[in-house]
Write a protein that binds this ligand. Structure first.
Ligand SMILES: N[C@@H](CCC(=O)N[C@@H](CS)C(=O)NCC(=O)O)C(=O)O
Length: 291
């Protein structure tokens, strides 16, 4: 990396590591596995390989919501993938997600395991498989798809754009922070206007669109993302605040956000989840480090 503010890109980009940014140790310009490592497999048909980041939490909340609805086929084993240690580049993980990012799901309920990657695809897969959190009438279903895909397209501006340059880049670049702060505030306003006219994103009911959007924009609204609550004046988005509070009051959401959490309050960290009783018995405050 150069300190020269007037950087002129060379004719051909070269991978000169480290680039100094946070996560420099895991960023690579090539795909594929770096090492052989099988994934663990538990006793349930659904195997989740993930971490409690916003993208990971979408899936654990969905699974906990399905179980709360009584869909016992949604019982799952959740295994932590420590992305800061390069677990996403192990051969077993890459076989489930060639894109080397959490979350990744393996459905072993049929004769041949089915892999699903990309959090939006996993939410849709589970919603269809269990017939829940996906509206059945055409218009509301279309609205649900629209907000689900809005999230998948928008959050990279929040995380990879704003969050990266505001919190992680080795130097604060005013141009980049301005550009992405503007976009993120616009996105919050998009949500706020929608939530002024409807209780939830697809309409009257809570759906996979809310499950996808909440971990990113609810987290931002409550000041948990990038320490940027005051900078973005998130309290002004009153409808987003109301919607976030409603989602965070759901017991399944409170459980889902603990699964595969490897940081934060020990009582809120359930590194592995194999049984509903794990929330009572196996959080880090109960079993301690290294257990
Ligand atoms: N579009 C993907 C994004 C997944 C993603 O970016 N996952 C991050 C954690 S939130 C990750 O695994 N990063 C590891 C890496 O980039 O090496 C999805 O929604 O599933």
């Amino acid at each position: 990396m150069t300190d020269n503010a007037a950087y002129v890109p060379p004719k051909v980009w070269k991978w000169e590591k480290p680039n100094g940014g946070q996560f420099a140790n895991i960023n690579r310009p090539i795909a594929g596995p770096t090492h052989d490592k099988e994934l663990p497999v538990g006793r349930h048909p659904l195997q989740l390989y993930s971490l409690a980041t916003p993208n990971g939490v979408k899936v654990t909340v969905m699974l906990e919501e399905l179980l709360a609805l009584g869909r016992s086929g949604a019982e799952y084993d959740a295994w932590p993938i420590r992305i800061n240690q390069g677990d996403q580049f192990g051969s077993g993980f890459v076989a489930v997600n060639p894109n080397s990012k959490i979350p990744a799901l393996l459905d072993r309920s049929g004769p041949k395991p089915i892999r699903v990657f990309e959090s939006g695809a996993i939410l849709l897969y589970l919603a269809e498989k269990f017939g829940a959190f996906l509206p059945t009438d055409t218009a509301t279903r279309a609205e649900c798809f629209s907000w689900l895909f809005w999230q998948m397209g928008s959050a990279p501006y929040l995380g990879g754009g704003f969050g990266h340059f505001y919190a992680y880049a080795p130097t604060k670049i005013e141009y980049a922070i301005d550009r992405f702060a503007m976009e993120v505030k616009r996105q919050l306003d998009v949500l706020d206007r929608r939530l002024a006219e409807a209780e939830y994103l697809a309409g009257a009911d809570y759906t996979i669109a809310d499950i996808a959007v909440w971990p990113w924009y609810g987290g931002l609204a409550k000041g948990r993302a990038y320490g940027a609550g005051e900078f973005l004046q998130v309290q002004d988005y009153k409808n987003v605040q109301r919607w976030t509070d409603a989602i965070e009051a759901r017991p399944a959401v409170q459980r889902g956000r603990k699964v595969n959490a490897t940081w934060g309050n020990p009582a809120d960290q359930l590194h592995e989840r194999h049984d509903a009783s794990d929330f009572e018995l196996r959080t880090q405050d109960k079993i301690g480090e290294g257990a």
